[in-house]
Design a protein around this ligand. Structure first.
Ligand SMILES: [Fe+2]
Ligand SMILES: [Fe+2]
Length: 154
């Protein structure tokens, strides 16, 4: 990996670790919808955070990390899977945005089921995606251990 690529990859890896608590927050907010009284305000706060923090991070990885990975490994195939999950993350966040736009803060139980399912789906995709980035491109950075980032209780 060229020195300039190492610098960019390190910056993105720091950002990647910083969004970890937000990923866990997706599950926490979904768990909060497990029984009445149903309140969608925490979901709206979460959506704003996903749009302000998570999506810019995923877009930066798509634009900057995947080309580094292709250069380092000499083939575009390895980056294809990560690119598809970036698209899937964007898609799921927009579905969440559309669902919330139609609902009041005190929704009917059947509407909550839908939002909760979306949140758990997004959480599963994000966990898998992050593990693949940690085992893939981020493991190519010198002095970064391969494998999942320790959650460290947060
Ligand atoms: Fe990431
Ligand atoms: Fe990513």
């Amino acid at each position: 990996m060229a020195a300039a690529d190492v610098r960019v990859a390190r910056r993105l890896y720091a950002q990647h670790r910083d969004v970890r608590p937000l990923v866990e927050q997706v599950r926490t907010v979904a768990d909060g919808l497990s029984g009445p009284p149903y309140d969608l305000r925490p979901v709206r706060v979460l959506l704003a955070q996903l749009e302000a923090q998570l999506l810019p991070h995923e877009r930066a990885e798509e634009a900057e990390l995947l080309p580094i990975m292709v250069r380092a490994l000499g083939g575009a195939e390895a980056a294809g899977g990560l690119s598809r999950t970036h698209a899937e993350i964007e898609h799921q966040v927009s579905r969440l945005r559309r669902s919330l736009a139609d609902l009041s803060d005190r929704p009917e139980p059947e509407d909550v089921v839908d939002v909760r399912r979306l949140l758990y789906g997004l959480y599963a995709v994000l966990r898998l995606h992050n593990a693949q980035e940690e085992e893939g491109p981020f493991s190519l950075i010198p002095d970064v251990p391969a494998g999942p980032v320790p959650t460290g209780g947060g």
